[in-house]
Design a protein around this ligand. Structure first.
Ligand code: NAD
Ligand code: ISE
Length: 338
């Protein structure tokens, strides 16, 4: 069976996911495209999906009879409405992070999916599919004893002018927020944010770098450096310290070059390259589940918990130094593991 897919939002990641479906993955094809900016959708159609139909409105794409499943890759603030429309239509929906820009919005999606009675939504938390993080999880589960601490960093070489302080949480840290819950099989109970000396490369509306301190229900302490003007590369670091040992997230594969009395190794600069394989695996997982009329992978509940935790981190930015408690409601049975 070929799953027919409609893509809403054909910017950077919507274009890349369209390429993936058309050229890399098995069992799916893009039959519909929609973007607020029609020129963007048309350009993706011409370059990657000449047979796809263009829709002015995302809602019409979702309702189209020949669309089996939907990819929501538009700007974050538009996700909630499109995901709710896909659930109402009973169609599997892959939603890029964030699931919604508020915890209330994410809860509306959880409620709609629970009322539908079957999983339809996968959230684009691709790090869970990354080979490096999966090796890390193996070691956390079986090698290092009880995990006690995590030291992590999320560094981007630079960010555009529109990137402002809270985006360090909603747009950037949100990947760590999700992947540590999965890695440690735990949830957060508090957050604190402190600001080191500001980099002279950061523009006026972004505090950069930032340090986020999270505590989990099991008492694990996590420190994450977010540094989005680090200049030198796109660099994701993670070290988990346990009772019996510690383990580091592997760096992406790269040759080591010995030349002119120097030992060198390339560092990637673009997030698209850093997790390129995991984007392939997450979307293949979506296609496989969509063929059965359902969804797999990170759930709406994960998207909701990430939204609650992000909101606490943003409050912790605003009240820098204070410890902000995080509490979660009970998880609906639809999202029970296994
Ligand atoms: P982008 O700005 O390049 O693209 C967003 C597109 O959405 C634009 O083409 C814009 O015209 C379109 N759009 C805006 N409002 C719309 C609407 N109401 N209906 C339809 N289209 C609309 O941004 P991007 O980098 O591609 O990011 C898109 C989403 O993907 C964001 O939520 C972002 O957080 C997420 N993202 C995830 C990852 C990841 O690693 N998983 C990486 C990058 C971006
Ligand atoms: C971007 O939106 C992403 O999702 C990338 O994965 C992330 O690393 C980057 O910091 C964000 O801006």
């Amino acid at each position: 069976m070929t799953v027919t897919i409609g893509v809403i939002g054909t910017g950077m990641i919507g274009r890349d996911h369209t390429r993936r479906i058309q050229q890399v993955l098995a069992g799916a094809k893009v039959v519909a495209l929609s973007d607020y900016n029609p020129d963007s959708a048309r350009a993706v159609q011409v370059d990657l999906a000449p047979e796809a139909k263009l829709y002015e409105k995302g809602e019409d794409l979702i309702a189209a009879e020949d669309v089996d499943a939907v990819l929501v890759c538009s700007t974050g603030s538009t996700h909630e409405a499109y995901v709710l429309a896909a659930i109402a239509a009973g169609k599997p929906c892959f939603c890029e992070k964030p699931l919604a820009t508020t915890a209330e919005g994410a809860l509306r999606i959880v409620d709609a999916e629970v009322a539908h009675g079957k999983r339809l939504v996968q959230v684009g938390f691709m790090r869970r599919y990354d080979a490096g993080y999966r090796l890390l999880k193996q070691a956390v589960d079986h090698e290092i004893g009880t995990p006690l601490m995590v030291h992590a960093a999320h560094r981007n070489p630079t960010v555009p002018e529109q990137y402002v302080t809270p985006m360090a949480i909603h747009d950037t840290l949100i990947h760590e927020i999700d992947v540590f819950r999965w890695l440690l099989d735990d949830d957060y109970v508090s957050a604190q944010v402190v600001f080191p000396r500001k980099s002279s490369h950061a523009h006026d509306r972004v505090a950069d770098p930032q340090i986020v301190l999270l505590e989990t229900a099991k008492g694990i302490r996590i420190d994450v450096e977010i540094f989005v003007n680090c200049r030198y590369g796109y660099d994701i670091q993670c070290q988990v310290v346990g009772e019996e040992g510690l383990v580091n997230l592997p760096d992406p594969m790269a040759v080591t070059l010995r030349k002119a009395a120097r030992l060198q190794r390339e560092i990637l600069t673009d997030w698209k390259d850093r997790f390129i394989d995991s984007y392939d695996v997450e979307l293949q997982d979506f296609v496989t589940a969509a063929a059965k009329g359902t969804a797999a992978g990170p759930t709406s509940w994960d998207g909701y918990v990430a939204a609650i935790s992000s909101d606490a981190c943003v409050e912790a930015q605003e009240k820098s130094g204070q410890i902000i408690p995080i509490s979660l409601p009970d998880r609906p049975a639809l999202y029970d593991k296994g």
